[in-house]
Design a protein around this ligand. Sequence first.
Ligand SMILES: [Fe+2]
Ligand SMILES: [Fe+2]
Length: 477
Amino acid sequence: MRSEVLNAAARRNIFFSPDALEVVLSNSDPLAFANTILTSLSESSMFIEKKDIIGFIAGDVAVEAERVPAAPRNKKHGDMIVAPGTDITGDSTCEGKINDFAAYFKNRFFILKRMIEKRRDFGTSVPISRAVTLGRETQIVGMIYEKKETKNGHTTLSVEDETGTCTVLLSKDSPCSGEMYVNDEVIGISGKTSARGDLFIADKIFRPDVPAGRTWVPSDSVSSVAFLSDIHIGSSTFLDKEWKKMTDWLKANSYDMDLDYLVLPGDVVDGIGIFPGQEEELLIADIYKQYEKLGEYLKDIPDHIKIAVQPGNHDAVRLAEPQPALNRIFTKSFDSNVIMAGNPVSFEIEGRTILSYHGKSIDDWIASVQRLNYDDPITVMKEMLVRRHLSPMYGGKTAMAPEKKDYLVIEKVPDIFVSGHVHGAGKMDYRGVKVINASAWQSQTEYQRAHNFNPNPAIMPVVHLGTGAVRMMDFIK
Ligand SMILES: [Fe+2]
Ligand SMILES: [Fe+2]
């Protein structure tokens, strides 16, 4: 019955506080009671507390009287772990040699190829060197290294696997020609070699993607996780007042609503020497002092909240991705409820997988695909999920470290996928994955003003781990 009630609420993107849920479940017909409450309360009530439903049981004193006072629930401390194999910290082996790059791309190709071949509508592929000799319908998997438009309006893709290369023709009349292609992504192609043997004529493109029909399956978890990206401590544009408002709200509400986890997906400080003229925008010009200040701000967050800190492109770690966690020389003043993780990383929290990636590659996606833009980072993140890769394009603005394994491949479909970096705020449900861009705590910078970019700061996304409801808490007003 508990899960039926939670499901009914989840369908309306609403969730009950534990004590409200308890009252609902103690009713003689909990589901009917829950539906009455859910249809009666206004759409703005995302969290339903006990006080909100007392009116519905007015006169029904038995419900209240019979209830045994609940013992304080054990808060789940330490229940946020870094998923094994998803964090580069302490495991970096790369020296940046040519051979490292070859091994890196090989690893990426085989993992993504396996994902494509797992699709029921695709099956096994044949090596490119063999496919080009066959005169029948077949399928190949290749990594794109060039895309061109022909003078007749068709599109060609040069693709390669470990056996060879070929040119794939996407006819202008085929739906495949309107799809988005980026360099170094891995795709499956069904088609046939042309009579002259020089082209592979595609009729359908397959991507690793998130399985179609996947949904968020509600659980009985009552906790929530919140995200605070791009804090930029040290910058003169850091939003001190709004940050204080947010921490006051956490102090007043986080315990009762079981907001127990907080993830900071990078650019936690403004850093030094990140862009020319940055010193004019810094309040704290010493990198150690920036992290010390962050430590002070984090101390002000209630102790029951477990906090994870990741680096971004403004932080004091190598720029090349995957980035390792911040070194202890910067974070020694942090409290014990704060854990350090790399970028990207996956966390496991109460049975949910949270993929957190700062989002530097969003710059490359937008630079290479005309239809993507900074106003809509969520669509870029969706395209990452479709390709199951956070940063396919090599050689752009995102530096990459050729590790033995490609940490930027999205091996496991997450329940929540969060990024920051572009200082926007947005959410989307893509096949059950809660896709979130987690705002910033810095107002518009000179650089952003010069580029006509309007950030969307001081918003804290909160996701309920049981229902999947996403609430964007706005602290700017
Ligand atoms: Fe940032
Ligand atoms: Fe950034």
